[in-house]
Ligand binder design. Structure first.
Ligand code: 5GP
Length: 213
């Protein structure tokens, strides 16, 4: 367990800037994290590439992945499926590499039930109106999709308290640093240091039985 990487799940309302934070985290600390690439049935946005931003698949392909147990979690989000391929996550964690999943709330809470040791971070805007401004400003979704996403944010708000940490995205570098510090501190949580604790305990027992030097 202690040689496993830390599984961190980052969620946040649509438009909060999670993608930018994750990009910044990976470019600041490239050797410390890897980001899982999800499968989705939604269409690529301008500038998105298959296999980089997402694996863009058809609904049939996604349902086959569900049936064949290829996804560690999945959810429907505003008319589309999104899911995390299992093999990549399991392999990286077992190699001691920290894995980040940037996923919505239903999937995040399912992951916490399945893997209680996972670390859940929720990214919020300084104020609610920032979300609408960002979604309209990025111009990648039509108004009815933006409305759906804002409605979804209002529904999700009640579950923020089920996360381990809230990070306010008031400034990209600051928020990125905070996420890095949260994950770094998590390494020292007692439940992740059981090998070290056991070794130290045994050594102390030996020392306590010896004559003083
Ligand atoms: P977008 O369409 O804006 O890229 O993503 C919509 C939402 O789906 C975001 O909240 C994003 O974090 C979430 N999402 C992306 N990949 C996954 C996934 O594999 N599983 C789940 N449950 N949510 C995901």
């Amino acid at each position: 367990m202690s040689s496993q990487g830390i599984l961190t799940i980052v969620s946040g309302f649509s438009g909060v800037g999670k993608g930018t934070l994750m990009k910044c985290l990976l470019s600041e600390y490239p050797s410390e994290y890897c980001l899982s690439i999800s499968a989705t049935t939604r269409a690529p946005r301008a500038g998105e590439t298959d296999g980089v931003n997402y694996f863009f698949v058809t609904r049939e392909q996604f349902e086959t992945m569900i049936r064949e147990d290829k996804l560690i979690e999945y959810a429907r989000y505003v008319d589309h499926y999104y899911g995390t391929p299992k093999d990549f996550v399991v392999e990286k964690l077992s190699q001691g590499i920290n894995v980040i999943l940037e996923i919505e709330m239903q999937g995040a809470l399912k992951m916490k039930q399945k893997y209680p040791e996972s670390l859940l971070i929720f990214v919020v805007p300084p104020k609610a109106s920032d979300l609408e401004e960002r979604l309209v400003g990025r111009g990648t979704e039509p108004p009815e999709v933006i409305k759906n996403r804002l409605r979804r944010a209002a529904q999700e708000a009640v579950y923020m308290k089920d996360y381990d940490y809230i990070v306010v995205n008031d400034e990209v570098e600051r928020a990125t640093r905070q996420i890095h510090e949260i994950i770094t501190n998590e390494r020292d949580r007692v439940l992740r240091r059981d090998d070290f604790i056991e070794k130290l305990t045994q050594e102390l027992q030996i020392y306590s039985q010896q004559e003083l030097k």
